[in-house]
Write a protein that binds this ligand. Structure first.
Ligand code: NIG
Ligand code: FE
Length: 418
């Protein structure tokens, strides 16, 4: 094994929010426990891992020759983990933005061949390098705002070659960013499969028998996801796709209960999915099912804001003991937000999480939902040194001064990236 040496000491921070605590997703009161060390320091070694965390006054003398980064008056916390994005897409849908602001309905646009299907047309039409270049612009902006770990879904291909291409581009981004990929071939029924019930059934069959097996063979996805909702896929169709994915060894995520109480959350619980996402229309039965199955509820308040929909009841979710994460949903239509710090604030004002709960939701719990809780999302010896230096002594300023440029430095694997 390579010997490690301390190379960098972040010292004298007003507060270090370590998020150290039990492994696994946190729920209830534990979500607000940020493992805070006042007047703290973090030491990073030459492998890009965290070597030591503690009070500045307790720093071991043996670390004396490392580079010092003075964090006086600042806050240290884990870098953000964005556990739900669709950030690889072609073109844009700014025309729909204007239509929606003028009163057009998102579901109506989708049902009449716009929405997701417009992005499918634009994504299929460009070559790999253009798709990579357009996506790179977004992911770089997202990292500048503090996110170093990204879940990226496909779902703007909806045919074998185009789904594989989207996932290849996501994997390519994974050379420079920490990326987990998700095959969302069941994002919408493509135009060519809307002509008859048989064509629709054949499309679902092709996802199960052709697309998912090819994705798994090429190791292009860590998870599979289904848009189980009104206008997309029903519970039986979604179950079929998710069971096929599970048989191939993929983890499961579910777009659930965004547009109605359509059974997606219960399906996520039934199958023990890693996450159920959106969850605008759920009640006690769904919350109990999610808690009992250990499913992470991923809230996407940016989408509620953009679509003018209700906010998921995050407060009830925390009180019911369901582990909660927060993500951007960055996608070309329902929410193209890139700034997870801003969305964390929306989770407080909209979903009624406390600022501390929202910090846990956008770091440790998000990492756990991706199976990365032992690598990122907390500052503990042995974790990757993915951390933020905030230009404020009080982490609540992320909410109080929502949208202000408070993320002063972004570090990934012990290297400064923004
Ligand atoms: O998570 N709900 C389905 N998928 C995306 C929207 C995708 C789009 O409009 O392009 C979502 O909101
Ligand atoms: Fe989504």
């Amino acid at each position: 094994m390579r010997p490690t040496a301390p190379v960098r000491i972040f010292t004298a921070a007003a507060a270090v929010h370590t998020l150290a605590g039990p492994d696994g997703p946190r729920s209830g009161a534990a979500m607000a426990e940020l493992g805070t060390i006042p007047h703290g320091a973090v030491v990073v070694d030459d492998t890009g891992a965290i070597a030591w965390v503690g009070a500045t006054s307790d720093l071991p003398a043996s670390f004396a020759d490392a580079e010092i980064i003075d964090c006086t008056g600042k806050t240290l916390m884990p870098a953000f983990v964005d556990a739900h994005t669709h950030l690889v897409w072609g073109g844009d849908r700014k025309d729909e933005l204007e239509m929606r602001i003028a009163g057009a309905d998102y579901e109506r646009i989708f049902a009449t061949g716009g929405g997701i299907l417009s992005s499918v047309r634009q994504t299929r039409a460009i070559d790999d390098d253009t798709l990579y270049a357009q996506s790179l612009v977004r992911i770089e902006r997202m990292r500048r705002a503090g996110t170093t770990t990204f879940e990226i879904k496909s779902g703007y291909g909806l045919e074998l070659a185009a789904e594989l291409r989207q996932l290849r581009v996501a994997r390519r981004l994974g050379a420079d960013f920490r990326v987990r990929t998700t095959c969302l071939a069941a994002h919408a029924v493509p135009a060519e499969a809307r002509v008859s019930a048989a064509a629709r059934a054949a499309f679902i069959e092709s996802i199960c028998a052709e697309i998912l097996p090819a994705v798994a063979r090429a190791n292009l996805a860590d998870f599979a996801d289904v848009f189980c909702d009104r206008g997309a896929f029903d519970v039986d169709e979604s179950r079929r796709v998710l069971l096929a994915a599970r048989a191939l060894g993929l983890g499961l995520r579910v777009h659930a209960n965004e547009l109605g109480a359509t059974g997606g959350a219960q399906l996520a619980a039934e199958l023990g999915a890693a996450s159920a996402d959106h969850l605008l229309y759920v009640g006690d039965a769904e919350r109990t099912a999610l808690r009992e199955a250990g499913v992470v509820a991923i809230l996407l308040p940016g989408t509620s804001l953009v679509l003018g929909k209700p906010y998921a009841d995050g407060r009830a979710m925390v009180e019911a003991g369901v582990p909660v994460a927060v993500a951007t949903d960055c996608n070309p239509g329902s929410c193209a937000f890139e700034n997870l710090a801003m969305v964390l604030a929306l989770a407080c004002y909209g979903n009624r999480l406390s600022p501390a709960e929202a910090v846990c939701a956008a770091t440790h719990n998000a990492a756990c939902s991706l199976g990365l809780g032992d690598r990122v999302g907390s500052l503990k010896p042995g974790r990757r040194a993915d951390l933020l230096v905030l230009d404020t002594p009080d982490v609540r300023d992320l909410v109080y001064h929502a949208g202000s440029p408070l993320v002063g430095q972004v570090w990934q694997d012990g290297l400064r990236v923004a």
